[in-house]
Design a protein around this ligand. Sequence first.
Ligand code: ZN
Length: 361
Amino acid sequence: MIHVDTLNRTMVAAVLHGPGDVRLEEVPIPQIGPRDLLATVEAASIDFTDRKVYLRGSHPMIHIPGLFGHEWAGVVVARGEQANGRWQPGMRVAAANSAPCADPDPAARCRACRRDRQGMCERLLYNNGAFAPYIRIPERIAEVNVYELPAEVPFEEAALAEPLACVMHAVRRVPISDEDRVVVVGAGPIGLMFIAVLRHRYGRSIRLFSVDHHNDRLDLAKSFGADAAYNSTEGLGKARARAAWGVEGADVVIEAVGSVQAHQEALDLVDRGGMLVPFGGVATGTVLPLDLHRLHYEEIRIVPIYHHTPVDFAGAVQAIIRREIPVGRLITARLPLKELPRALEMVQARTTLRTILCPWS
Ligand SMILES: [Zn+2]
């Protein structure tokens, strides 16, 4: 397969056309505006969000038909004449897939950004197209959400900065105290990142538990820092939790699966005065029944966290550069871009943690 036709300025990229319909097509290499950057994609990561977007054929962050893929790292190859002078061709970079409105004048920013809720920015700009040899970095992302990578940081690890930023966003905003019992429901790549980030941030001052339906992933959770890990295939009600942990519930329970069942499981595990953190995204219209009696009399807080902000993306890139979070251990497969359909199947079958797609191989 010829991936790049430099004479005709075309490349082969993944284009999402609708539910279950992604095609590898010859498309123009992205044109850049005067303040944009053009980069090669040296490594792209495929995640469960990509799988969901593929099946639903829609997501707030992507227009259909549109270029697909949002986690990547690569090399700057061209810059607009007026692009920020920090960025020069040849630089190895990690770039986020979004940027909030970032006007230097705070008064010109949207209400959410003025209230320091940048994840909820009314003009959040998303960027897709990582499943391709070249990607455009729009001006706004180039201004606030791109970082240079030292030579020793592998592109494939840097490609995981975006999901890590989402996890670090949650950990930054969820109040956790010494001696708290924290449960992460789901030991997929996101759940494992949560365990590693929580352990790194709080050390041994908290008790950290992992719950999943797959024993191999529970073993991994322990190796990422969980004090204990439990298979909840047959449910993990208060009685079993008490037997397993010596306590009935947890102070903070993070749902890192994205299903009603896992949300229910997570809610059941919240102790009196505790907190549920819905983190996994579900489809529009998905409903979770709530016991309002329990919610009130047990003062259960529900704190959903979506996406990331520039401070979280910066933190994630730094954590990867400093080797604080072992994201490389999550990479269990590497495939050429032309095997995107197989990569999507592997996500669904859970036969991989993270698959790296290589547009140039
Ligand atoms: Zn905004």
